[in-house]
Write a protein that binds this ligand. Sequence first.
Ligand SMILES: [Zn+2]
Length: 81
Amino acid sequence: MNNYCFYCDKTTDHKIKFEPEIFNVLNKAKIEVVSIISICKICNNQNSNPVLDNENLLKAFRKYEEKYGRMPKHNELFKSK
Ligand SMILES: [Zn+2]
């Protein structure tokens, strides 16, 4: 998969990796999802990818809905740093 690598400063071939990621909901509830991340095959660094990032966020939204019976508002869900 091609993705822009900020470390190589060019578009490179990336591999897909699955990694647990925590999202905070208004700093109270924690939602853990297995996120898809993009790793540069040249330098092995992780790079963000808008499509995957959006997909991961959607996963967190769905998991929140399963747990609390409603979708969180967009300003309620934060990626844990
Ligand atoms: Zn790279």
